[in-house]
Every structure is written in structure tokens, then in C-alpha cells.
Design a protein around this ligand. Structure first.
Ligand SMILES: CCCCC/C=C\C/C=C\CCCCCCCC(=O)SCCNC(=O)CCNC(=O)[C@H](O)C(C)(C)COP(=O)(O)OP(=O)(O)OC[C@H]1O[C@@H](n2cnc3c(N)ncnc32)[C@H](O)[C@@H]1OP(=O)(O)O
Ligand code: UBL
Length: 290
């Protein structure tokens, strides 16, 4: 009786949902994004205990914790789990230039940031002993926040420049003492409009203060397969290029702007080349860092 009643409701509901998804592109798009978020939350919840058991958790000594986390395989666990997501969403990555990650010692990796899907691109090529800088709000994304915390993500308060700067200077010390690479999205926010936003300078201050190379990484535009404005989320191929390191030895604070602009120009040109798109209106580079 009970199972019959369940069937009576579940079957028509499932059919109705399937019909709605077929009819409404918006609903289909939302359902797919939601499934990605749910997958992240679920995978994080399942992976966190493994990380905790292996690593013993994160200590309160912030910078030392980066070291502890990078000395253990927590990153590899997260990396392998997230790398498998691409098969569910029909995404493929063509990667070039991975050899540029083989630098001696620490470095600052900078890359473009288009959407939450970037987590798959990040994990596709994440080198060993590499932590990311993330906005503090991510810490409150339930199990995803927990897994980021366990994975060594360094959280900054974007509403407070002084706090962000002081966290970054702590990161600088840990990078050199513990031989850690740091991954930063210099646009400071997601941008899926088929271009790069102006770069913020924190990554370049950090590289110069610690005298380590900057390694730019560029992902081609997602707009052909992922576009919230057009309710588009299909399978797709992403071209990724790791560019040669830009050395900073001998540079001082006065070189930050030039370093930032050089990276921006090179990455933007690479972005358009990889995406197969022409430069934006006016042809020139309207987005030089301010
Ligand atoms: C198992 C299943 C798992 C499922 C889940 C999947 C994956 C999870 C696991 C791990 C993945 C984690 C990935 C995390 C991704 C997170 C992505 C983000 O959150 S992006 C947003 C946060 N990041 C950033 O904002 C970085 C870029 N921002 C900067 O660099 C900024 O400069 C800043 C340091 C944050 C400060 O920003 P603010 O807007 O406040 O100020 P300005 O940039 O305008 O700078 C003001 C002024 O200060 C100078 N400055 C900046 N930094 C420094 C410094 N370090 N030292 C000295 N001076 C500094 C800057 O040059 C400006 O001065 P001026 O104008 O004179 O040049
Ligand atoms: C109990 C709490 C429940 C919280 C529910 C949260 C739902 C979201 C859950 C999972 C989403 C998967 C997120 C993967 C990590 C994404 C990292 C990311 O891309 O962050 C964006 C950040 O770079 C810039 O943010 P803004 O563009 O400035 O904004």
C-alpha cells in the first residue's frame, strides 16, 4: 500500500520534472549548476574525514599549517576527487606548458577566473605544495568551506585591504621557509564575459617581496559552453597554457605596476589566442591595471 502510494506520486513527479527540464532551458541550466554545487558539497563532506584522518586537521598556527598541509597528501586527495568531475559534465582540458611548473622553490601562480567551474581547471593542473588565496566568505560554504580549510586555502577579507595585505605578507614568509607555491586569481573575482578584468596587485607585491617567479596560467573562454546569460551549460573543451616563469629577482616595489601590466598583457593575448576570439572593441588593451 505504502510503496504503491509512493509510486503514484514519485513517478508522475519525476516525469513532470523531466518534462520541465526539457521545456525550460533556464531550469535545465539551473539544475545543472545546482547539481555541480551539490556534487561539490557532497564530495567535500565525504572527502573531509579522509583528509582529517590523514592529516589530523588544520592547526591554529596559520602559516605553519600551510606547511603541514603541503607536506601531506591532502591536496592530492582533493585534486583527484575534483578532477573526476569533468567526466560528469563532459569537459576536457588540453594542457600545454606544464614543464614551466618545474621551478626550483616557491612561486606565485596567477590565472584567470571565469566561474565556479574553475575549480576543475585548477585541480586539473595543480602542482604539488600549492595553496590558493580565497575570499573569506568561501569558508562558510558548508562542507566545501571545510575542505578548503583542510586543503590549506588562505582566506582573505576582501573588505579590508590592510587585513588582506597582512595575511599576504604572512604567506610570503611561509612560502620561503616552507617552499610553498601560491595560486592567486589576480582579477579578484569571477568574470565570464570573454575578457580579463583589470588585475589587482597583491600577487605581484607578493612575488617581488619574496623574490620568487610569477607563473601565469591561462584558461580559454568558457563562453561557448557555459554562459549563464544564455542558460548554456553543455560539454566543452578548455585549452590551458602554463606560460614561462617571469623572474622577479632584483625587482623592487617600484616594479610592481610594470610586472602586473606585463602579466596582464601577456595573459590577455594568450586568452584571446586560446579562445579563438579577437580582441575586444577598440582593439587595444583597455584593461591595463590601475
Ligand atoms: C573534494 C571536493 C571538493 C569540492 C570543492 C572544490 C575545490 C575546493 C578546494 C580548493 C580550491 C580552492 C580555490 C579557492 C579559489 C578562491 C578564489 C577566490 O576567492 S578569488 C577572490 C580572492 N582573491 C583575491 O582577491 C586575490 C587578488 N586580490 C589582490 O591581490 C588584492 O590586491 C588584495 C591583496 C586582496 C587587496 O585588495 P583590495 O581591493 O583591498 O586593494 P587593492 O588591490 O586596490 O590594493 C590597494 C593598494 O595596496 C597595494 N597592495 C596590495 N597588496 C599589497 C601587498 N601585499 N603589499 C603592499 N601593497 C599592497 C596595491 O598595490 C594598492 O596600492 P596602489 O594603488 O598604490 O598600487
Ligand atoms: C550550510 C551552508 C551551505 C552553503 C551552500 C553553498 C552552496 C555552494 C556550494 C558549493 C559551490 C561550489 C563552489 C566551489 C568553489 C568555488 C570557488 C569560487 O569560484 O569562488 C568564487 C570566488 O573566487 C570569487 O567570488 P565572487 O566572484 O567575487 O563572488
Amino acid at each position: 500500500m505504502e510503496s504503491g502510494g509512493l509510486l503514484l506520486w514519485a513517478l508522475p513527479s519525476a516525469l513532470l520534472l523531466a518534462l520541465l527540464l526539457q521545456l525550460s532551458p533556464r531550469l535545465r541550466f539551473r539544475a545543472k549548476v545546482l547539481s555541480y554545487c551539490a556534487l561539490c558539497l557532497m564530495a567535500s563532506a565525504l572527502t573531509a574525514p579522509a583528509c582529517l584522518l590523514w592529516n589530523g586537521g588544520r592547526t591554529v598556527e596559520n602559516m605553519r599549517l600551510v606547511c603541514l598541509i603541503c607536506l601531506c597528501p591532502v591536496h592530492r586527495i582533493i585534486k583527484n576527487v575534483v578532477r573526476s568531475f569533468k567526466y560528469l559534465y563532459g569537459l576536457r582540458f588540453d594542457v600545454k606548458g606544464l614543464e614551466h611548473f618545474q621551478v626550483e622553490g616557491p612561486c606565485v601562480i596567477v590565472s584567470n577566473h571565469q566561474s565556479v567551474l574553475d575549480m576543475m581547471g585548477l585541480m586539473e593542473i595543480l602542482p604539488d605544495r600549492c595553496v590558493q588565496i580565497g575570499k573569506r566568505e568561501l569558508l562558510y560554504f558548508g562542507s566545501v568551506g571545510l575542505i578548503m580549510y583542510l586543503g590549506g586555502v588562505i582566506f582573505i577579507n576582501r573588505k579590508s585591504t590592510s587585513n588582506a595585505k597582512s595575511v599576504m605578507s604572512g604567506v610570503g614568509q611561509a612560502m620561503t621557509t616552507d617552499n610553498v607555491k601560491v595560486w592567486i586569481y589576480p582579477e579578484g573575482t569571477r568574470n565570464g564575459n570573454g575578457d580579463l578584468l583589470p588585475f589587482k596587485k597583491g600577487a605581484f607585491h607578493l612575488a617581488i617581496q619574496t623574490q620568487v617567479p610569477v607563473i601565469p596560467v591561462v584558461y580559454s573562454s568558457f563562453t561557448t559552453f557555459y554562459n549563464p546569460e544564455k542558460n548554456l551549460f553543455t560539454s566543452g573543451r578548455i585549452r590551458v597554457e602554463v606560460l614561462p616563469p617571469i623572474h622577479t629577482s632584483g625587482m623592487t616595489a617600484t616594479d610592481v605596476t610594470e610586472l602586473c601590466d606585463t602579466c596582464y598583457t601577456t595573459m590577455r593575448e594568450t586568452f584571446f589566442r586560446l579562445s579563438g576570439t579577437a580582441r575586444r572593441v577598440n582593439g587595444s588593451t583597455p584593461h591595463l591595471a590601475q
